[in-house]
Design a protein around this ligand. Structure first.
Ligand code: EPU
Length: 327
């Protein structure tokens, strides 16, 4: 683990505890400026609406985009030292940030240094920030099947690991040979995918740890077959899912044979609006931003939909989208 030399001199734990939030942020900002190499993105009050596919959400106190694993470890250590919470951000495609934004440090993993995809034989070495589409394309170009379903998921590898993202009958942990992550202390660990304990839309390693990447495995197949599968998946998506800004599916399916989208649709909720948020008229489990939505609009729409399903069917829908931040 890296030993940090901080500037100005670190406070004693008692002094640190007495600091208010603004002071801790200022100290963390100064330390990160000193410790991270030039080229690192480091910003105060970064609007999260710019960094989420739903396009809502208030500012992050501090946003850091380190250029590699060592930098990411430094961010965790500095945040820990100053008692600041860390939220890790991928492509923001499954995220609803409240209008008050996120207190503490947002660790973005989108820097090219953490977003690579390298193919070696049947294995793809993927950084956490790599877009899933890029992984699917790299597998196709290398003549590897099994990853076509990632083609149209708007997220990153890191987000997909955290959520065990799936579509079109596959989910990512079926393909994970090893997963690499940072502990809250900034230590790098790697475990076999089979030992990560992934379940439907979740993996217990996260969010306590920060995903750094994974080795995915494909199987050799004919190029035309892979391209045809990707095209079929793409076709299904474009005909069954909306194109407006959204965070993907809002709720988990309460049971494999009871998709949330069908339930909401059967209650006539397509097209229902609160402010600028609307239940998509293409797929009822997608809540879209029609332009001027606030996070509050989306949250109120979520409450309305849950209430209707509870009343009509006695089912408590559980959000699939991650809801974070302050009102
Ligand atoms: N349906 C309706 N009305 C709707 C939407 C769906 O009747 O408004 C019906 C469909 O006709 C179909 C069934 O509900 O018979 C299931 O719909 P779909 O095939 O779209 O799958 P889903 O269960 O709604 C899941 C994942 C999606 C993923 C798709 C495609 C969850 C919560 N959702 O959706 O993932 O893209 O399968 O494989 O597991 C996401 O994770 O954000 C997400 C969108």
């Amino acid at each position: 683990m890296t030993t940090l030399t901080l500037s100005p001199a670190p406070l004693t734990p008692a002094e640190e505890a007495a600091c208010d939030h603004a002071e801790r942020l200022a100290r963390a900002f100064a330390d990160l400026t000193d410790l991270l190499p030039p080229g690192t993105v480091l910003r105060r009050d970064e609007p999260m609406a710019r960094r989420t596919t739903l396009r809502v959400g208030g500012p992050a106190d501090l946003l850091v985009e380190p250029a590699g694993e060592a930098g990411a470890a430094v961010v965790l250590q500095v945040a820990r030292l100053h008692g600041l919470p860390v939220f890790r951000l991928g492509r923001g495609s499954n995220l609803l940030v409240r209008d008050g934004g996120i207190r503490g440090v947002v660790l973005s993993l989108l820097h090219p240094g953490l977003s690579g995809v390298r193919v070696e034989g049947e294995r793809l070495h993927c950084g956490a920030g790599a877009p899933l589409r890029q992984v699917a394309n790299a597998a196709r170009d290398a003549g590897l099947t099994g990853l076509e379903f990632l083609e149209g998921i708007p997220g990153s590898v890191g987000g997909a690991l955290r959520m065990n993202a799936g579509a079109m009958g596959g989910w990512i942990f079926d393909r994970v040979e090893t997963v690499r992550y940072l502990t809250p202390f900034g230590e790098v660990r790697e475990v076999p995918g089979a030992e990560a304990g992934a379940v439907y839309r979740g993996c217990p390693l996260f969010p306590a740890n920060v995903a750094l990447g994974a080795v995915l495995r494909g199987e050799p197949a004919a190029g035309e077959q892979i391209a045809a599968r990707m095209q079929a998946s793409n076709q299904k998506r474009w005909t069954s899912q909306p194109r407006q800004p959204s965070a993907g599916c809002t709720f988990k399916n309460p049971a494999p044979d009871r998709p949330a989208g069908r339930l909401l649709d059967s209650l006539g909720l397509k097209g229902t609006r609160v402010g600028g948020a609307m239940i998509s008229d293409v797929h009822a489990n997608f809540f879209v931003n029609t332009g001027p939505a606030s996070a509050r609009d989306v949250l109120d729409l979520i409450d309305l939909a849950r209430g209707r399903v509870r009343e009509a069917c006695g089912i408590e829908l559980e959000p699939e989208v991650e809801i974070v931040g302050e009102d």
